[in-house]
Design a protein around this ligand. Structure first.
Ligand code: PHE
Length: 453
């Protein structure tokens, strides 16, 4: 996509935009992160809080970012420069660009696991009695192999962004994502028909609020932001490729709905199996990689389905990674005048290097953690970006829209081409009062719980 001024490229249709934004939203966050966060934070109660976070905070911020992008037609830094010239608000855009870079660095590590599992799952499916937890630990604790896959994933992402073939990828994911959806349904059927699956269903569907703490709520918030790709400029950037006549509230609802639906299905595929097969729901980032191969091992043609599944998960990760790299790239093109190619390649190299410690956290850097956090490296990257940077980005963009750009102007922009509906009025109210206050409270309590308690 060419970003320069009047020649800025635009999505050709409403569906094109929805698919690209959904492609960004749907990824490892749904199938890898959502289930293990749910498992670490006690099941159904976490999910309920997550759903409230999507509705009250996620959806309004999704609309906000789309509106800001469409209005300013620029990269995240340029958006704030245009709407509030001569003010320090551009720093919000800068934070967004940095966050995108940081998330991509460790996202590539996990995406690398998925690509490695394309062939590892065949082996797993063919060996009854295999210890899947051990196999996963062995994979991530080797030094070189995960880094090679991480590097290959970055190369793939860079190649797509450098060539600007976002549309090609979009066409492919339109074909491939429905296949992932169908596979997920197959997995659900297999999972809930395993003997002993009932306990998992209860865990997944019956809330136990006794386990909810400030940490839980912050985790649900971080999951909503991460999964919807908000708080870091991806949707700002994609929104800037909208035409003025494109509507927003409906598209945002589609994106939020599809994203949440896929996450819920992934949980439904995993939790019954986790309990039926005797795995630990709180196993952390390895949860999906331990559970799914075990489920495939219990299926006819498990090897085939397994390969297909991890391949499609890799593609889903790729369409998300593209949106992460596109933010940094758009910034270098729009603000610094770099060529698309140079921007993508240089940032790709930097992203790869910065991500290496996240991978080594399970081998050479094992046992190392920052004081007070008590997390391995990958969890540390994840916690800082999703529990700190994304909510911070959310607060800043909401305050900017509500008080600097102004509620009235924002409402006119969101409601463009439509009557000022009550949805838009509620939206302004949420953005001005509910979103910033709620995020600040959740962050404060969550951080207190993490470090002080
Ligand atoms: N939403 C993506 C996922 O769920 C990850 C992502 C986060 C992509 C932030 C872009 C921006 O996998």
């Amino acid at each position: 996509m060419d970003n320069s001024g009047k020649n800025r490229e635009h999505w050709q249709s409403r569906a094109g935009f929805i698919l690209a934004a959904a492609g960004s939203a749907i990824g490892l966050g749904n199938i890898w992160r959502f289930p293990y966060m749910t498992g670490e934070h006690g099941g159904a109660a976490f999910i309920l809080i997550y759903l409230i976070a999507v509705l009250l905070l996620g959806y309004p911020l999704l609309v906000n970012e789309m509106a800001l992008g469409r209005k300013a037609q620029s990269d995240p830094v340029g958006i704030f420069k245009r709407l509030a010239p001569q003010s320090p608000w551009w720093l919000t855009g800068a934070l967004a660009v940095f966050t995108g870079f940081f998330i991509l660095s460790y996202y590539a590590v996990v995406a690398g696991w998925s690509f490695a599992y394309i062939y590892k799952v065949v082996l797993a499916a063919a060996s009854p009695g295999m210890d899947h937890a051990l196999a996963f630990r062995e994979h991530i604790s080797s030094v070189v192999e995960p880094i090679v896959w991480q590097g290959l994933f970055v190369v793939l992402t860079v190649a797509i962004i450098a060539a600007g073939v976002v549309n090609g990828i979009q066409r492919w994911s339109t074909i491939l994502m429905p296949v992932l959806f169908v596979l997920l349904l197959v997995l659900i059927v297999r999972s809930i028909t395993l003997p002993g699956a009932g306990e998992g269903l209860v865990y997944y569907l019956k809330p136990d609020f006794g386990k909810v703490t400030g940490r839980t709520v912050l985790a649900a918030l971080s999951q909503a932001f991460f999964s919807l790709s908000i708080g870091m400029g991806a949707i700002l950037t994609y929104g800037s490729y909208l035409r003025k006549k494109d509507e927003i509230t409906g598209s945002a609802a589609w994106v939020a709905g599809l994203d949440t639906g896929i996450a819920l299905l992934a949980g439904l595929a995993l939790f019954p199996a986790i309990f039926a097969l005797g795995f630990e729901p709180g196993a952390g980032p390895g949860l999906a990689f331990i559970t799914l191969p075990a489920v495939f091992a219990k299926m006819p043609l498990g090897g085939f389905f397994g390969v297909l599944f991890f391949f499609l998960l890799g593609i889903a990760a790729l369409t998300s990674a593209i949106s992460l790299l596109e933010v940094v790239t758009a910034w270098l093109i729009d603000e610094k005048g770099w060529s698309r190619r140079r921007a993508a390649v240089c940032m790709g190299i930097a992203v790869f290097i910065v991500g290496i410690p996240a991978s080594l956290g399970y081998s050479l850097l094992k046992g190392f953690s920052f004081p007070g956090l008590g997390m391995d490296m990958l969890d540390t990257y994840d916690w800082i970006s999703n529990s700190i940077f994304l909510p911070l980005g959310g607060i800043l963009t909401a305050v900017f829209t509500g008080y600097v750009w102004g509620g009235t102007r924002a409402a006119r922009e969101v409601g463009r081409g439509r009557k000022a509906s009550s949805i838009v009025k509620i939206w302004v109210w949420l953005i001005r009062y509910v979103v910033p206050v709620l995020i600040i409270v959740i962050m404060a309590v969550g951080i207190y719980d993490t470090f002080v308690r």
